[in-house]
Design a protein around this ligand. Structure first.
Ligand code: NAD
Length: 282
């Protein structure tokens, strides 16, 4: 893989959760390319191992681990293996996250007649779906941080990167739980940055705009591949008029993790959004 710029992460151990997914597997690749030993964690063992094997095939250091970001025992088990096989964690990327259909309304605006039609309104959102989304994004950031940042205490050059989203600033229609949960991730990023500041552990987050991945594919494209109305609205609200490319996140990942370049940066949430958050729509 080609990285936007080279930096030396040799001797560092990086742990990436959700690393079987599209965005975070690419971040794992970039860290390995810069010399880090990368632990790829995912709920799905197969994808974690497959991505790790892809990296290892390029002669870089990577191993896949099954771990549930919502289960402390599962994280502890992965942590023990990582300590044994790679060493203590210097870099943590909390990438596991996503939305759920049970926490998504069918329509953007409520209309009275929806109550009589087969429309999933705000009133029909399932508590279980909302809890799933809050847990996955917020608790799924907090628990891995508790387990892996313990390794960072008393050591230099350690850093945490969370993944927030555009909807943390202003909620996107239809997805109240995902928006609220990512707002919690941004807020927690600031809280933890302050909490760890005197220990020298930096904590930042990315707020990606719109990138087409497994979790939003069905919202953005119909099954026949034609764009949905939502895609039209997103592109109209993105001054650069396109979706982001996965590799366009990597420069920010490497920059924020780089002690030399970003050693005084902690508690920021960096938008990577083609101008979406800067545009008022007029
Ligand atoms: P993805 O669906 O491709 O990957 C998510 C990965 O997380 C999957 O491999 C999944 O198996 C794993 N996962 C799910 N639950 C888990 C759990 N409990 N424990 C461990 N792993 C678990 O998603 P992506 O689009 O690559 O998203 C990565 C991150 O970026 C997420 O936090 C997402 O919310 C965020 N994000 C994505 C976009 C976008 O446009 N795609 C925009 C903003 C933020």
């Amino acid at each position: 893989m080609r990285v936007p710029f080279q930096m030396d992460l040799s001797g560092k151990v990086a742990v990436v959760t959700g690393a079987g997914g599209i965005l975070c597997s690419s971040m794992a690749h970039a860290l390995a390319e810069c010399g880090a030993s990368v632990a790829l964690l995912d709920l799905n063992r197969e994808t974690a191992e497959e991505q790790a094997a892809n990296i290892a095939a390029e002669g870089k250091q990577a191993r896949g681990y099954q771990a549930n970001a919502l289960d402390k025992d599962s994280l502890r088990q992965a942590h023990e293996k990582i300590l044994e096989e790679l060493g203590p964690c210097d870099i943590l990327i909390n990438g596991a996250g996503g939305n759920h259909p049970l926490a998504t309304t069918d329509k953007e605006y409520f209309a009275m007649q929806d109550l009589e039609e087969h429309v999933k309104t705000f009133f029909d959102l399932e508590q279980s779906g909302v809890e799933f989304v809050f847990n996955l994004n917020f608790i799924g950031t907090l628990l891995p941080t508790q387990i892996f940042s313990r390794d960072m205490v008393g050591r230099e050059g350690c850093s945490i990167l969370n993944i927030s989203s555009m909807n943390a600033y202003t909620p996107l229609t239809k997805i109240p739980a995902y928006s609220g949960a990512k707002a919690a991730v941004s807020n927690f990023t600031q809280w933890l940055a302050v909490h760890f500041a005197r220990e020298g552990i930096r904590v930042n987050a990315l707020a990606p705009g719109f990138f087409v991945t497994k979790q939003n594919e069905r919202l953005l494209y119909h099954e026949d591949g034609t764009p949905t109305e939502r895609t039209g609205k997103i592109l109209a609200a993105t001054p650069m008029q396109r979706f982001g490319r996965t590799e366009e996140l990597l420069g920010s990942v490497l920059f924020l993790l780089n002690e030399e370049a970003a050693g005084f940066i902690t508690g920021v949430v960096l938008p990577i959004d083609g101008g979406f958050s800067a545009y008022s729509g007029v």
